[in-house]
Design a protein around this ligand. Structure first.
Ligand SMILES: CC(C)(COP(=O)(O)OP(=O)(O)OC[C@H]1O[C@@H](n2cnc3c(N)ncnc32)[C@H](O)[C@@H]1OP(=O)(O)O)[C@@H](O)C(=O)NCCC(=O)NCCS
Length: 164
């Protein structure tokens, strides 16, 4: 059912849609503010995507290129990102789909868009901090738990995962 949504890159004008979707997908202790999202989206204009159904955002993926570590704290507008052509890895900061749209491969379509850009820049490594019981979702997509600890602010159940 891939025809149902359109995947487009995000820009900072999309932040209000991201904030509304975030509230449907995350527990209160994970909520981030507009500045935090704007900083990540601005870090690279090719690596964050929205999934749209008509004028409704039904999913988003926010990622940026990194050298080694993302150095990101939850709800912060500072992090270490590099230009795509200098990157060693990709860091997925956030992936969320509206509850009523789950199970229809919206997340996989967003991830495929990121994989295409990563491949075009010969970036194979991808990091993500798994929260809210999503570890199995990431494992099913080739990610393994890293020996390194997750960044600050994500709570005791968060795990850093990576795909090589
Ligand atoms: C994780 C998430 C983005 C998946 O989105 P999605 O569009 O349903 O994913 P897809 O349809 O591409 O893949 C379906 C997968 O999600 C799982 N899933 C989660 N919730 C689901 C639901 N309500 N209905 C169907 N499948 C669901 C399925 O088990 C399936 O996993 P599998 O393919 O590994 O067996 C979505 O559940 C979400 O927004 N969760 C809340 C935010 C979150 O915790 N994000 C992860 C942070 S690291």
């Amino acid at each position: 059912m891939h025809h149902e949504v359109e995947i487009r890159t995000l820009d900072t004008a999309d932040v209000p849609y991201v904030l509304r979707l975030q509230e449907t997908a995350y527990a209160a202790n994970f909520l981030e503010d507009a500045d935090s999202f704007a900083a990540k989206i601005s870090a690279s204009d090719e690596t964050s995507f929205g999934a749209w159904h008509n004028s409704e955002m039904v999913g988003y993926l926010i990622a940026f290129p990194i050298e080694g570590h993302a150095g990101v704290t939850l709800n912060s507008s500072t992090m270490s990102s590099v230009r795509l052509h200098e990157a060693q890895a990709m860091y997925i900061h956030d992936l969320a789909v509206r509850p009523e749209w789950r199970g229809r491969a919206v997340a996989d379509q967003l991830l495929a868009a990121l994989t295409t850009v990563s491949a075009a820049h010969a970036i194979s490594v991808c990091h993500v901090v798994s929260v809210q019981g999503s570890r199995g979702f990431w494992e099913n997509r080739g990610f393994v738990v890293s020996a390194d600890p997750p960044p600050n602010g994500y709570g005791p159940e968060a795990v850093l995962m990576l795909r090589r």
